[in-house]
Design a binder for this molecule. Structure first.
Ligand SMILES: Cc1ncc(COP(=O)(O)O)c(C=O)c1O
Length: 395
């Protein structure tokens, strides 16, 4: 039932209905497991987005999408970036992608050679690590450091990596899984290092619409023309508007020569975007603001609720300050379990992502997806507590 004040029904989820979903979140574990892992939310999408998808289906408009340049999507994205982050994107710099990871992989292939190092700030969204090693490049991990405001980028570590000759940085901001939306001063320091050592930067800002006040999202490419020139920013409506299965993303490439090389990659190799993804993203960027604002308010409340529940019921589980994304990075090291993720799964029947998969610094952590209702978050914590009430460990 939808309660007053919850006009989009974010708290009115029904687990029986969710279990009928066909997505990987709901199909990867037996039905007695509560899934709280992969980054998709338990809500639907914004009403204007759903209407755009329905209209496309009604038109029978399910053919091949346009290649590389989708003027409607570019215009909608530029409007969204200007409204939300005061970022005046040059429409000529916006390129259509199938998804953000494909864009990142193509960038690695185009601008590094096999055997080169690619710098990442771990723990980080693990497909970054797979993309680098899958393409025969080396992962150069610069783990984040624990600071008073939350996880911090290790600027000295980044400088050492750049000084050692590694010329590509994959930045994730807001940072999945550690939940930081890095402040301008930090990003400026990274930009200065990138300039000093002539490093190209991929800035994955897919979670940017999901930053909680008082934190704000600062697009890396807004830090100056020289920074923009060396940066490819990737974005998609897929996280904030829950459209991961539809296939559409954009890259903003701040340098015409790089963009030209990117355009030369064949259509087949790039992987075409999905037409429903484009339609949905246009609607999201044009007409999704009201739903998004309500979503962010809801997620912020769920985050605070989760923190209160954990503090009261599982004080051994630590959680650094969290500013963005619906993914909580929980430090379970004090529990002294061989694998916290496996223990919660086997004994509590709740599925998280294993922190170890996110690279150096991830051991002993789990990533919990709180893109759901308050009631389901309480159930998640109840299952964690039940898992820990069973004596012993799982190897
Ligand atoms: C930081 C980050 N980048 C990229 C992606 C995946 O995006 P796409 O489906 O557009 O490749 C995710 C998904 O969770 C993510 O968290």
């Amino acid at each position: 039932m939808i309660s007053p004040g919850d006009s989009y029904g974010f708290d009115a989820l029904d687990l029986a209905v969710l279990h009928e979903r066909h997505s990987t979140k709901w199909r990867s574990y037996p039905p007695d497991v509560l899934p709280a892992w992969v980054a998709e939310m338990d809500f639907g999408t914004a009403p204007p987005v759903a209407a755009a998808i329905e209209a496309a289906v009604e038109r029978g408009d399910l053919g091949y999408a346009v290649d590389l340049v989708a003027p409607d999507l570019t215009e909608a994205f530029c409007g969204f970036a200007a409204r939300h982050w005061s970022w005046e994107v040059d429409a000529a710099q916006v390129h259509l992608l199938r998804d953000t990871m494909r864009g990142i992989e193509l960038w690695i292939e185009t601008f590094t050679a096999p055997g080169d190092g690619v710098v990442v700030t771990t723990p980080v969204y693990y497909p970054f690590l797979h993309a680098i090693s899958g393409l025969g490049r080396r992962v150069v991990a610069v783990p984040v450091l624990a600071g008073a405001a939350g996880w911090e980028l290790d600027l000295d570590g980044l400088e050492s990596a750049f000084r050692a000759g590694h010329r590509l940085l994959l930045l994730c901001n807001p940072h999945n899984p550690v939940g930081r939306a890095y402040p301008e001063a930090t990003l400026r320091a990274v930009a200065e290092l990138a300039e000093r050592y002539d490093v190209r930067v991929v800035s994955d800002e897919i979670h940017a619409p999901l930053v909680f006040s008082p934190a704000v999202h600062v697009p890396f490419a807004t830090l100056g023309p020289e920074v923009a020139r060396r940066t490819m920013t990737v974005h998609s409506a897929s996280k904030a508007f829950n459209l991961a299965g539809l296939g559409a993303a954009v890259a903003v490439i701040g340098n015409e020569e790089d963009a030209k090389r990117f355009r030369e990659i064949s259509y087949r190799h790039r992987g075409p975007a999905g037409i429903l993804g484009i339609e949905a993203s246009v609607a999201a960027y044009h007409a999704g603001d009201a739903w998004l604002a309500a979503l962010v308010t809801h997620l912020q409340a769920v985050r605070d609720h989760l923190r209160a529940e954990l503090t009261e019921r599982l004080p051994e589980v630590a959680w650094a300050p969290h500013e963005g994304t619906y993914l909580a990075w929980l430090d379970c090291r004090a529990l002294r379990l061989t694998s916290p993720q496996q223990t919660f799964l086997d004994r509590g029947r709740v599925a998280f992502n294993d922190g170890a998969a996110f690279g150096p610094g991830g051991d002993g952590f789990v990533r919990l997806n709180f893109g759901t209702s308050r009631a389901i978050v309480i159930e998640i914590v109840t299952r964690m507590q039940a898992a820990l009430a069973v004596p012993g460990d799982t190897a």
